[in-house]
Structures are given as structure tokens and as C-alpha cells.
Design a protein around this ligand. Structure first.
Ligand code: SF4
Length: 237
């Protein structure tokens, strides 16, 4: 139940942060004019109108928001709001935002990085696949393995030597030197792993914590894979 309530708080805080970004705040937390100006005609509250300012003050305090009705840094930290999954370049951007103390930074609890060798422009890739007799809309899975780029429709598999794909990499990828998301808490990728398994590099204490918990709850199966730069890695399915 506690976790359920916390999830609600997280959703609400995220909405309030979105509002903040769009310029909404205390002035927009209001009630219909009738409730603020027309006294209640009968009942226990007869003659009263809603004391909006007083109500907002108490409400923001209870929620842990600031005077403008926005979640505070403390509040976001407590809610442990966000897990980010991204490519190495995304994760670098996230770490940079944390470094410069971007507003939502305290809410970022965990970062998962995916292995990435390169990215392709979608339009270019579609044309390229079409030239080889396959339609992009039919492709169910794309992967790289053992020096080949593979596109799979379920019935048909197209394999192209990676060397041939290099000229089609996005330009920014040609200057990228981070394959395994070195700044993530956990890095995951299936390159070089057996079918239905992924290689995992645990990089931080929180990465270790989350991974152990997933393992102990039976959400993942693990087995030792190989030594990688003298450190141990596990494979997960
Ligand atoms: S190779 Fe390209 S897409 Fe992949 S992480 Fe680097 S810059 Fe990003």
C-alpha cells in the first residue's frame, strides 16, 4: 500500500514539474469563481466562501511543495522519481544535467545504459533495406553480431557485413568513444551474448543494489559469462 501511495505521489510531482516548466504555478491553482465569491446559502458552512489562499498554504505544506506549489529538491529526492534508460550519448547528457543541477536532477534515481556501436538515420536505413528486397515496416528485429548487421522479419533474415554499414552511421557517432555507457549505474547489451541473454556490467553501488534485488526476487536469471578487462561480468536473461 505504501509503495502504491508513493507511486501516486511520483506521478503527481512529475505533473507539477511539467506545469512548472510551462510556467504554471500558484496563480493557476484556483477554484470556480462562485466558490470563492458566493457565500454558501445554507448548511454548516452557511455564509462562508472557500479560503483559497489558506487552503493552498496547507496543501503545499502537506505535499512538501514550495510556496509556488512546485516540488522542492528535497521532495524530489525522497520520491526517487526517475529511472533513465538510454544510449551512451543520452547518459552523458543526463550526467551533465545532474552536474549542473538541472531542476529534475535530484529525482533521477537510476541510470541504465545500453551498448551502442552506432546509430543510423531512419530514412536512409529504410531505403538501404528496401534496396535489398526488404520493407522496413516488416522488420521485427535489428541486431549486430559477429561482424554483421542483421534485420529480421520473422521469415527472412538480411545480414550485411558491418564494414559496409560504416558509411551510413550518423555523423556524430563517428566521433563517439563510449560503447558500453561508462557513466551508467548498469550497462546492458546483447552484442556477443547468446540468444535471449544479455551482458551486464554493474558499475556503481546502486547498480549492485538493484541488480541483486532483481536477482533475489527471481525477475532475472544470471550466469557468469567471461572476464572483461579483468573484471567479472554476468549474463542475464
Ligand atoms: S554511437 Fe552514436 S548513437 Fe551510439 S552512443 Fe555514440 S553518439 Fe550515441
Amino acid at each position: 500500500m505504501e509503495e502504491f501511495l508513493k507511486t501516486g505521489e511520483r506521478i503527481f510531482a512529475l505533473e507539477r514539474m511539467f506545469n512548472k516548466r510551462e510556467g504554471f504555478g500558484r496563480k493557476d491553482d484556483t477554484l470556480p469563481e462562485r466558490l470563492l465569491k458566493e457565500p454558501m446559502p445554507e448548511g454548516p458552512a452557511k455564509g462562508m466562501v472557500h479560503p483559497l489562499e489558506e487552503m493552498l498554504k496547507v496543501y503545499y505544506e502537506k505535499r512538501g511543495y514550495d510556496e509556488e506549489g512546485h516540488p522542492t529538491e528535497e521532495n524530489l529526492k525522497e520520491l526517487e522519481l526517475i529511472c533513465i534508460v538510454g544510449l551512451p550519448c543520452h547518459v552523458r547528457a543526463v550526467r551533465h544535467l545532474q552536474h549542473i543541477k538541472f531542476e529534475l536532477a535530484p529525482a533521477i534515481k537510476f541510470v541504465i545504459g545500453l551498448f551502442c556501436m552506432a546509430n543510423f538515420e531512419y530514412e536512409q536505413m529504410s531505403r538501404w533495406i528496401k534496396e535489398r528486397g526488404m520493407e522496413m515496416k516488416d522488420v521485427e528485429k535489428m541486431s549486430t553480431s559477429k561482424g554483421f548487421f542483421n534485420a529480421n522479419t520473422g521469415d527472412t533474415k538480411l545480414s550485411i557485413p558491418l564494414k559496409e554499414t560504416e558509411a551510413r552511421h550518423s555523423k556524430h557517432c563517428q566521433a563517439c568513444d563510449d560503447y558500453s555507457t561508462e557513466l551508467a549505474d548498469i550497462s546492458i547489451g546483447s552484442d556477443g551474448s547468446k540468444e535471449r541473454w544479455s551482458s551486464v556490467i554493474i558499475r556503481t553501488e546502486s547498480g549492485e543494489e538493484v541488480f541483486s534485488e532483481l536477482k533475489s526476487k527471481g525477475y532475472i536469471r544470471t550466469k557468469w559469462h567471461y572476464n572483461f578487462l579483468a573484471s567479472q561480468n554476468q549474463v542475464v536473461s
